[in-house]
Design a protein around this ligand. Sequence first.
Ligand code: M6R
Length: 359
Amino acid sequence: EKGAYEHYMLKEIDEQPAVMRALQQVYLNADGTVEIDDEMLTAIKNSERIYVVAAGTSYHAGLVGRELFEKIAQVPTEVHVASEFAYNPPLLAEKPFFIFLSQSGETADSREVLKRVNEWNYPSLTITNVPNSTLSREASYTMLLHAGPEIAVASTKAYTAQVAVEAILAKAIGQMKGLQKAIEFDLKKELTLVANAMQIMVDEKYNMEMLADEYLKTTRNAFYIGRGIDYDVAIEAALKLKEISYIQTEGFASGELKHGTIALIEEGTPVIAIITNELTAAHTRSNVQEVIARGANVIRIVMDSLSQDQDQIVIPEVHPLLTPLVSIIPAQLLAYYASKNRGYDVDKPRNLAKSVTVE
Ligand code: M6R
């Protein structure tokens, strides 16, 4: 039930802090260690490489997962679009472990890949919001997102739940391997900080509506840019905006713009920059200057410690590998208000279904 909300999407955006708390309850012990099936962790530990397979927003959550699995658990990770993998699989490691990310657990493209993985007899995990869904039944193991039903076609809380579950899983794998970095990754503390930061961002609705009105009301195209984990978020942010506002939006690696795409920047083109990484903040800021010089209207989403006076959206400080959980929220809200201001059906955008059960 959407209750007092005009749209499910806004309700689901608002639920994200509570989902973080629910995940802490389900997966974290009082002492901060992680409670996950040992047999599954052993299977991952014994594998050489993780292959994440997913579509759409779930694929984007997988991109952030790669950062977590490689940096916290030290497992080399590849992320694949399900429809591409199915008929053109890459050369696999000798001992692969597959992770299927899917809110619905019913996406046909991912099911097709899992069918093959089962024929090859490789171990797999489905991370899904729907218990007993097809992908969950057909994989060797399941982890649930505990996000509650997601009704709006544009996925919001499932994305952040997927990233949080990946963080929990990365810690558990690293913990089992005895890695110091994983043991010190204090998810009880970090996810509490995230939930509080998310709350601050979802309370920024009025400002996001104003920004959407000023920058996105009439434009035909827009860009999100970022580097590293901010680039992963940029792609998801772009999908969110395009699928419900019909503004042609692309996410780009900021440094790559000047290799071609910058030709598209005109007077008034909206460019939204995500800056949460200390190492690359100055580089992205100089890319921002390059697009401003060509007439772009820039919105900056910046982590507190890196923020400057003119930045319009400042996100509270969280762990550097968990920033997507917070930086995506203003992007979700900008998409929501852009769609609403333009008079579209926010929850049911044209041409799209909530779960895509054909290949
Ligand atoms: O149910 P799934 O997570 O497998 O769905 C995958 C995509 O179809 C889905 O994320 C889609 O991209 C959303 N509409 C994005 O908001």
